[in-house]
Design a binder for this molecule. Structure first.
Ligand code: SF4
Length: 78
């Protein structure tokens, strides 16, 4: 899955949301989240993010590892 990390917080430009072919983005109060079971890892959203907040889970920077779980739980709630 792909994961939305900290740089998205307070951004929400949603440029990523409109390009996602499976509509797996969910909008929270602070940021958007990707549903891990719906994401097909197509990478379309990655270059669209103006703040480079989206990573494949394997490339997620160490300091943002907690966002993997956060995306999973928050996308379920939205
Ligand atoms: Fe959607 Fe593709 Fe981004 Fe996954 S990688 S969130 S399927 S645009």
């Amino acid at each position: 899955t792909h994961v939305v990390a900290e740089p998205c917080s307070g951004c929400k430009y949603t440029d990523c949301v409109v390009v996602c072919p499976v509509e797996c983005f969910y909008e929270g109060e602070q940021m958007v989240y990707i549903h891990p079971e719906e994401c097909i890892d197509c990478e379309a959203c990655v270059p669209e993010c103006p703040v480079e907040a989206i990573f494949h889970e394997d490339n997620l920077p160490e300091e943002w590892k907690s966002y993997l779980e956060l995306n999973a739980t928050k996308s379920e709630e939205c």
